[in-house]
Design a protein around this ligand. Structure first.
Ligand code: SF4
Length: 385
């Protein structure tokens, strides 16, 4: 849960801030007219195709291939949401494009903005599935947290996103559309600076589509964000971590540990029963060796569950010989789940034990808590109300 936990770049205690704006059901994308009678899209999602495919489409229409670059520039750099805006394209081409493609395929089912500069979108996909994504403004940073699946199969017991299991993987275009919709909320002179694949879903369970969308995110012709500012979060799926190593792009890897031993971890993160902490740490070490990127481990601190001194000592000995940053995130309760925020005393004891154990540790506050920015909560709240 790494996913779901927007570890923000603040180091403050929980503060309840008022929600200043909540705009339900402001649909913007023409989802209705992109479906046929069998509910299949009749126009292709432009964000789903790469430049090579777009060039092939342009060639069929007798258009030069440089038009693909122009279209890309409009979508990713100029933030165009319609072909009409692409004024350096011939009008006839704009009309052809609008007949064959949509730029945005989903709708914004809810937008919530908080006073701390966090915007959260509930995105309704063209088949009715819903995911969340978040824009966080923190000093000069403009970070986004993006979902990779509808639901999640990992089943972490404290997570709202995993309560109903996984429905499906997102497409490359659906992942990119979240990024573009969040980018569109920036002022014209602001740029996205960081991406975390930490929204709903396990990114490594949808690795191909995640990597395709991140290829666009890091491309100078796409969003132009350095891989060093992009983090992929995972519960730890060793074969997929190895595939990420082989991919060779130095993204940051954040592994959600949440427990220092297999007995407790298998209770909290059921998928652990089939994997085990040793295999995850071995794969993470291989990723560190191949990428040179410092590893991040996430640890959600659950009151009375994994916040004991013994857990802290065990965690310190597990991580001591590694080059890591440990993010400890005091849990924020999810309605309907029995887990509690740890006491301030437990938090400071846990921290002292890790620091004296030589671990590079940060205690973080999830920004956006007051707008349900914790994973899956907005989607769940809307389902239950
Ligand atoms: S259930 Fe899925 S989304 Fe939730 S914390 Fe676990 S891995 Fe992340």
């Amino acid at each position: 849960m790494h996913h779901r936990f927007l570890v923000l770049f603040l180091n403050v205690s929980a503060v309840e801030l008022p929600v200043v704006q909540s705009t339900p059901d402001i649909g913007t994308a023409p989802s209705a007219d992109t479906r046929d009678a069998t509910n299949q899209p009749t126009r292709q999602h432009l964000l789903d195709i790469n430049q090579t495919s777009l060039k092939a489409w342009l060639a069929e229409k007798g258009q030069p291939s440089f038009r693909a670059k122009q279209i890309w520039e409009w979508v990713y750099a100029q933030r165009a949401s319609s072909f009409d805006e692409m004024t350096n394209l011939p009008k006839s081409l704009r009309e052809e494009l609008a007949k064959s493609f949509v730029i945005y395929q989903a709708t914004e089912a809810a937008v919530t903005t908080s006073t701390d500069g966090t915007d959260k979108l509930l995105i309704r996909l063209c088949d009715g599935g819903e995911v969340e994504c978040v824009l966080l403004r923190d000093g000069p940073r403009r970070s986004i947290c993006v979902s990779s699946q509808v639901g999640c199969a990992m089943g972490c017991v404290f997570c709202a996103s995993g309560l109903d299991g996984v429905d499906r993987n997102l497409t490359r275009g659906e992942i990119l559309e979240q990024m573009l919709r969040l980018q569109a909320r920036l002022m014209p002179d602001e740029r996205l600076s960081h991406i975390v694949m930490m929204g709903m879903g396990e990114p490594l369970a949808n690795l191909d589509r995640v990597l395709e969308s991140l290829d666009v995110a890091r491309s100078p012709e796409g969003l132009g964000i350095s891989p060093r500012r992009i983090t992929i979060s995972t519960v730890g799926l060793p074969p997929a971590i190895d595939r990420l190593s082989q991919h060779g792009v130095p993204y940051n890897l954040a592994v959600s540990l949440h427990a220092p031993n297999d007995e407790l971890r298998s209770e909290l993160v059921p998928v652990n029963k089939k994997i085990g902490i040793d295999a995850i740490l071995d794969a993470a070490d291989r990723y560190f060796d191949s990428s040179g990127r410092r590893l991040t481990f996430e640890y959600v601190l659950l009151g009375g569950v994994n916040d004991s001194d013994a857990c802290a000592r065990e965690l310190a000995s597990l991580l001591r010989k590694r080059t890591v940053l440990l993010n400890v995130i005091p849990y924020n309760p999810v309605s309907g789940l029995p887990y509690k925020t740890p006491s301030p005393q437990a938090i400071s004891r846990f921290k002292e034990t890790l620091v004296s154990g030589g671990i590079n540790v940060m205690f973080r506050q999830r920004k956006g808590d007051e707008i349900d920015a914790a994973c899956g909560q907005l989607r769940r709240n809307r389902k239950t109300t």
